[in-house]
Design a protein around this ligand. Structure first.
Ligand code: BGC
Length: 732
């Protein structure tokens, strides 16, 4: 026993050492000062071309010129994922005069070899510790392949599911998104890759949900809603940032000195570097603020963009701009210093090359897959469960799984790009066979020729299988071209012919469980009225379908909660929970109230919502301090009971409202949440600490303002939380 204990301690110790070496982040004190001296010394040795080279980020593929690496004209590369290839570029840089190591970037957004749910699906877990673990393993795997910089986390708030990139974010709320931004940043950097917090700033507010479109954001909202997740990320040490494609209030983010220099460096004290987005410097011409690439390069650099991603604009024009005196040499030096600073703090100068032989054994490890499974489980949101059709009852002897989405198709997305850890991802029918009692027959019909259901393959066979089963599980959603960057939609129904199939399945009279794998909240009104159960996932990754099977079979009690409101119709968008009050609130739904004639005001599924196989009750909400000074705090407590027959997890959410202040304040505002495990019948007291200074908002000049007055507090399992208490916020 003792021997085992000693061995365990020894193991932890060793793991600790390995972890400490793995972790990257800002060094402090003498070490940081020493780095600044090294940078100054290095800058003195560098030619103008070598300096510009440090700001030049080019990517694997056509046009990549390894000669630029050899001659010190390229300081950063991206999209290299195969360790042998990374080794080659590292060898090339060693042939350069000053041998400044490369920073090697990749969009390791929700996995490298092991895939975790899409970020929106991870956010649905409302479990920051788990989300941090997912980022950690993503970072570790990427790092093992030789990558040292990830273009993540994306922390753009969005309230518009028409925008294809909501899948990369954490939803609509500033508090949830900030907690998650910090967790992901910590995770990546613990795993050994520098994080890039992106896209600075306002990208998620693209007008009409159309990607790359302009954004118009009032100053108060910019500070209250869009900036906090960035700040949270920098506060835990994010080493780099990426500027956004969009124009913010008329100024392209890539040339926005107010944001990039005055706010980010000036007020926030950010010391890392900012990269442009893909080609966004040259796009300044198309935005109409530069006549040519030289002017675009100059404007971007002077605004605060240190690195040119895939634009080739700094590479071609910056030296000329400096020689002509249009860009001060000092401004160039500052940008180079910031890039070198990150490289030094990352430890790249001491790091050996990628270990090509070791890399494969570090992919898809048991631990990583365990985290992926747990993240997939906790990301499942049960939106509807009529007459407890789920979990699948013992009386069900046959299940028909319908829809090509049930079987993973897209190798590109779901297996690692380097092919290092390729393993079979379990299809849903197989996973169900494993989870359901022996003797339950599980059949499968794809119905469509592809996952996204754009056309039928064999509809009749699918309907026949459905009619022959006790229960139908149909897995539908968005895939292929319907998700991600550049995939904005105006119609948020199921794409292709999927709705037609769903209606035909319901018409068989069999109970239908709709499992969704989408990239955003869809408009689900018809499904909500007609199917027995709706299980929402945002593409669960490597372990996604296995986790869904566990939920359907009742091995796992669902605990996901919506990170975005689900609209009833596209016409409601933007629909979000923390609306301001109006002077004409909805009372009896009559004319001259703030309502729609043809649709309800409320979301179909509100923010923070999700069912469980248990029921949770809230009692005795209370505060320790009835009067809270601006610089004081109170504890808020509530007793939560699992009244169901199964153990389960509840996401306890705390919302505030200040009914009277100097400016209108939201009807509800999330200020805290905690995911708690409760055994059947168990009661736990959940406690939050609310600081007085966190209860204000920004005004139109960007000034933070606290107003004395009553603060109402609501506690519950969604943004409709009903248990209420209050306190008074006082000046002192
Ligand atoms: C995206 C970024 C991404 C970059 C590199 C751009 O199109 O907007 O988020 O990091 O490409 O792949």
């Amino acid at each position: 026993m003792i021997r085992r204990l000693v061995a365990a301690l020894l193991f932890c110790g060793l793991a600790g050492v390995a972890l400490a070496q793995q972790q990257v982040g800002w060094k402090t004190g003498r070490e940081a000062a020493e780095i600044e001296r090294k940078i100054s010394a290095l800058l003195k040795q560098m030619t103008l071309e070598e300096k510009v080279g440090q700001l030049h980020l080019s990517g694997r593929g056509e046009g990549f010129d390894i000669e630029q690496v050899r001659t010190g004209r390229m300081g950063a590369v991206m999209n290299f994922v195969v360790p042998q290839e990374i080794r080659q570029v590292q060898e090339a840089v060693r042939q350069s005069r000053l041998r400044i190591p490369l920073i090697i970037g990749l969009d390791a957004v929700h996995g490298f070899s092991t895939y975790f749910p899409l970020p929106l699906g991870q956010a649905s877990s409302w479990n920051p510790a788990l989300i941090e673990q997912a980022a950690y393993w993503t970072g570790r795997e990427a790092r093992a392949a030789g990558v040292n910089w990830t273009f993540a986390p994306m922390v753009d708030i969005s309230r518009d599911p028409r925008w294809g990139r909501v899948l990369e974010g954490a939803g609509e709320d500033a508090h949830l998104a900030s907690v998650i931004a910090a967790a992901r940043t910590r995770g990546y950097q613990r795993g050994g890759v520098a994080a890039t917090v992106k896209h600075f700033v306002g990208y998620g507010a693209a007008e009409g949900g159309r990607d790359y479109n302009s954004t118009w954001i009032p100053t108060s909202q910019l500070h209250d809603l869009f900036l906090p997740p960035f700040k949270a990320s920098f506060d835990v040490g994010a080493m780099t940032a990426m500027a956004a494609f969009n124009a913010l209030n008329g100024m392209p983010a890539t040339a926005h000195r107010g944001m990039l220099t005055d706010l980010l460096r000036g007020q926030w004290g950010f010391r890392g570097f900012v990269t442009s987005d893909f080609g966004s410097i040259t796009e300044l011409r198309l935005h109409g603020i530069a006549r040519d690439d030289a002017e675009a390069a100059r404007k971007a650099l002077l605004a605060g963009i240190d690195m040119d991603m895939m634009g080739d604009v700094y590479h071609k024009h910056l030296a000329g701009e400096v020689k002509a005196g249009r860009v001060p040499a000092k401004a160039l030096d500052e940008a180079v210093r910031r890039v070198l600073r990150v490289k030094f703090h990352l430890g790249l100068f001491e790091r050996p090359d990628v270990d090509v032989a070791a890399a494969p054994s570090l992919m898809q490890t048991e631990e990583a897959r365990k985290v992926a499974r747990q993240a997939a489980r906790e990301g499942v949101i049960l939106l509807k469960n009529e007459r407890q059709v789920l979990p699948i009852a013992a009386s069900v002897k046959s299940v028909a799984v319908i829809g090509a989405m049930a079987v993973p198709e897209d190798e590109r997305v779901w297996t690692d790009p380097a092919g290092l850890g390729r393993r079979v991802v379990q299809p849903l029918p197989d996973a169900l066979r494993e989870q359901l009692p022996a003797g339950v027959e599980v059949t499968y019909q794809p119905a469509f020729s592809r996952n996204c259901g754009t056309e039928f393959k064999d509809k009749e066979a699918a309907l026949k299988a459905a009619a022959a089963a006790d229960l139908v599980v149909t897995m539908l959603g968005e895939d292929c071209e319907f998700m991600g960057e550049g995939a904005s939609r105006t119609d948020l129904r199921l794409p292709g012919v999927q709705q037609e199939l769903l209606e035909a399945l319901v018409a068989t009279g069999k109970p239908v469980v709709l499992v969704l794998a989408t990239a955003r909240p869809l408009v689900l009104g018809w499904a909500d009225r007609h199917v027995a159960a709706i299980v929402q996932t945002f593409h669960g990754g490597t372990e996604g379908r296995a986790a869904i099977a566990e939920v359907l079979a009742g091995k796992v009690n669902p605990s996901g909660r919506t990170p975005m409101s689900f609209p009833r119709s596209v016409g409601q968008i933007p629909v979000y929970y923390d609306q301001l009050p109006t002077g004409r609130p909805q009372k009896i739904r009559q004319r001259y109230e703030s309502i729609y004639m043809d649709e309800a005001n409320e979301a179909l599924y509100p923010f923070g919502f999700g069912l469980s196989y248990s029921r949770f009750a809230y009692a005795d909400p209370r505060v320790t301090n009835a009067r809270v000074p601006f610089d004081g705090a109170t504890e808020v407590a509530v007793d939560v009971t699992n009244q169901g027959e199964r153990d389960g997890q509840e996401v306890v959410q705390l919302y505030i409202r200040q009914p009277v202040a100097e400016r209108s304040r939201p009807l509800r505002l999330l200020k805290g949440f905690e995911k708690v495990f409760l055994k059947a019948g168990e009661t736990k007291t959940v406690r939050f600490r609310l600081e007085g200074r966190a209860l204000g908002g920004h005004d139109d000049t960007g000034r933070y303002q606290l107003d004395p007055g009553i603060i109402e507090v609501y506690l519950g399992g969604s943004s409709l939380a009903a248990a209420r208490t209050q306190f008074e916020l006082v000046k002192r």
